[in-house]
Design a protein around this ligand. Structure first.
Ligand code: 4AD
Ligand code: MG
Length: 447
């Protein structure tokens, strides 16, 4: 009879059955007369043992890592004291090389490439993706993205798909990618926020998971030119509602993600000391953060490098390094709130009690810093028009956004979460570049 085809991680306890498997050679070694192959298929690993004549064929003697194979055999428990994935191995009675790999391929997996330049690894991303770390991060990413969809659905939120080609800015003109668009100019979107806001009146609370684009010129470990942006917009809420929703979504997404034992194991392999964040998240006002930085002697670095660093003062934009130092020392998620209007986007409304600051929030995570930016939105027409004026943005192109304030306005707010930054925290990766399939950043647009 024709044996069933199984994925390599499936049927963990099935032993004594004959199965067919497909995969690529992750590792191979010879031991006396036998040959051991660890096969990989993206779902798991399986140890295969070739014995007798099967271990002596030309194909077996010249087997190279990454070659793809079809193998038939019987699943057996590994002998006492021996180790193999899921405590079992396949005793092959037939195999075929489907595609022989070139060999000399040591550089393609992360086990043997620790000293290789990161840029070289990224040029070879199509191959380094096969490494254990890279593939685990990508598999966790899939699970996290699914969890966001799931959790938003639990909250009865609607998913929409705003355009990537736009003619407006959201987060300042400096990071816009422009491109010719027929006879006009268009930009790649920096955020879908403004479009999400227009969906509230007919669809209720909405979210999207789309790409956002930023022409960031700085090479940092947390900036990409193209990133996955999880954005949500909620109608008829207060600022406190927004913070509570955000905390719920982040914790529930972690819960759903970790409920899959394979994914949980991947996360623990990548981030052994990972713990569920404690609720409620720490709340810290921007002004308290400035005091904290002064007390801890973390200075403000002047843009003009000839000027010496100085203590932080109210109104400073807290830079990436200072923010990360603070987050690492506090070592738990922080909702940093109430930023001054001058350092935040034009659409953020003033706080009623303290008009120096806005109803805004960043969520900071240890190891990464800011992973979420959100706020309430100005919902009064005149206030918004004044904000455009202050920022010297011509409101003409935003008629569809300002109309919102004319046709049944409402207090609303939302946020954007950088998926790669969330993953850098969750999977303890040094850089967001390792948290996407093919990173795009200043100087790189390949492979
Ligand atoms: O703080 P940002 O710029 O906020 C917005 O775009 C809002 N319009 C979102 C909203 O309210 N709907 O970006 C939000 C998040 C950041 O906290 C960060 O995690 C991520 O997007 N992000 C980037 N991630 C990678 N590379 C970049 N260049 C990023 N810029 C922002
Ligand atoms: Mg931000």
């Amino acid at each position: 009879t024709d044996p069933d085809t199984v994925k390599l991680g499936d049927g963990k306890d099935v032993k004594g059955t004959r199965v067919r498997i497909f995969g690529r050679v992750h590792r191979e070694r010879r031991q006396k007369e036998n040959m051991f192959i660890t096969l990989r298929d993206g779902y798991g690993f399986m140890q295969v043992i070739l014995t007798g004549q099967l271990a002596k064929t030309y194909d077996a003697l010249t087997l190279t890592r990454e070659s793809s194979m079809e193998i038939l055999g019987e699943l057996r428990a590994v002998p006492e004291g021996a180790h193999a994935p899921n405590g079992r191995e396949l005793h092959a009675d037939y195999y075929k090389i489907v595609g022989k790999a070139a060999g000399g391929d040591e550089a393609i997996t992360n086990r043997v490439s620790k000293d290789t330049e990161h840029a070289t690894l990224l040029d070879l991303r199509h191959l380094t993706l096969r490494g254990e770390t890279a593939s685990k991060v990508m598999i966790v990413r899939d699970a996290v993205e699914f969890a966001f969809n799931f959790v938003y659905k639990e909250l009865r939120m609607r998913k929409v798909s705003p355009p990537a080609l736009v003619q407006t800015q959201v987060e300042g003109g400096a990071t816009l990618f422009g491109l010719p668009y027929y006879d006009e100019t268009a930009y790649l979107t920096q955020s879908s926020q403004l479009y999400l806001e227009t969906c509230l009146p007919s669809m209720g609370d909405v979210f999207c998971i789309e790409k956002s684009f930023r022409a960031e010129k700085s090479l940092t470990r947390r900036h990409l030119a193209e990133y996955a942006h999880v954005e949500a917009e909620l109608d008829f809420i207060t600022f406190d509602d927004l913070l509570e929703h955000l905390e719920h979504v982040m914790c529930r997404v972690l819960e759903v993600t970790l409920s899959d034992p394979t994914i949980k194991q991947h996360i623990l392999d990548l981030h052994p000391e990972f713990k569920m964040p404690e609720r409620p998240f720490m709340r810290m006002r921007y002004s308290e953060a400035i005091d904290w930085l002064v007390e801890h002697n973390i200075d403000f670095e002047e843009e003009d490098k000839d000027k010496p660093p100085r203590p932080h003062k109210f109104g400073d934009d807290i830079a990436e390094a200072a923010e990360r130092k603070m987050t690492d020392i506090i070592n738990r998620p922080i909702f940093l709130t109430h930023f001054p209007a001058e350092i935040k986007a034009f659409y953020m409304p003033k706080d009623k009690e303290d008009p120096r600051v806005t109803e805004s929030v960043d969520c900071l995570m240890p190891g990464v810093g800011e992973i979420v930016g959100g706020s309430m939105r100005m919902w009064d027409y005149d206030e918004l028009m004044a904000a455009f004026d202050r920022e010297k943005i011509d409101p003409a192109a935003y008629y569809w956004y300002t109309d919102q304030r004319k046709y049944g306005t409402s207090p609303h707010g939302g946020y954007g979460l950088g998926l790669e930054r969330f993953l850098a925290w969750l999977c303890k990766q040094h850089t967001v570049r390792d948290c996407c399939l093919y990173p795009r950043y200043f100087g790189r647009c390949k492979p």
